[in-house]
Write a protein that binds this ligand. Sequence first.
Ligand SMILES: Cc1ncc(COP(=O)(O)O)c(C=O)c1O
Length: 310
Amino acid sequence: MLHADSFGLNKSVLDTIGNTPLVHLPLDTPAQTYAKLEYLNPGGSVKDRSAKFMIEHAEKSGELKPGGTIIDASSGNQGIAVAMIGAIKGYHVIITVSEKISSEKLKTIQAYGAKTVMCPTTSFLDDPKSYHSVAKRLHKETPGSIMPNQYYNPLNAQAHYHSMGPEIWKQTDGKITHFIAAAGTGGTISGTGRYLKEQNPDIQVVAVDSINSFRSTNGNPKPYTIDGMGVDFDSEVLDKSVIDEFIPVADEPSLAILKKIANSYGILAGLSSGSVAHAAQMYCKNLGHEALVVMIFGDSGRAYLSKNVF
Ligand SMILES: Cc1ncc(COP(=O)(O)O)c(C=O)c1O
């Protein structure tokens, strides 16, 4: 029998998380612009990294024991990641989701064997009916359960500090000048941004937010289409000290650019990637050819085909 360790083979799907490709994606700018294709993670999104980190931390601390239950609230991708990792490691998984979730994401969570609980879409995360509040309640009621709690757990950002940050630094040979990512929980932008700034404080860290989010509207959020993205609450996961600029973007141009990217470059990216590409297009207009910009493409367009955005 082949031994995975001796041949550099993967022991399980868990070992294939991270090390995603960085691909040249030309925008209308002299700057060199690259997209990091997080949809090539095994669970299909950037959230594989943070879910794995948080779950393994709970195992190491003894909080999560064999046969235990993992409960979390998710706009979809964290739920998919937790469901996939729970399946590999043999845990029960319950994911609370909001009505905004695409049918593809919901069915993917269920396909991994997790239970889902549908909650109404609310403007505020602390609304007792929100998917976050329901997950907290279920966690309290379920013995032997843990809640990674991606919205408030600083380990979410630490995951990206240890994984995404070093990867980008290495892939660009330390030449990255600008880092652009969507902010939802803020884990990706904060953890990666902190790592990159520690290597070179001149690197500009740019967060992309929805124009209708809690943060963009000063606490008066309005509905928006892009899921996963949008700063809708205050939490220490979002580390504003490493973010140089927030760019608020509307739904329409975010969706419009997705089709062009798929048709011209074969990159079928998800909704928040459209927001990132649109924001990068605006931000990079006046940058020179010496700029090396890395954009995070958080998930795949395949998760949204039923929304007819392509
Ligand atoms: C597709 C996608 N893009 C961006 C984000 C935002 O990432 P973060 O929560 O790390 O800010 C998420 C979060 O769920 C996501 O699913």
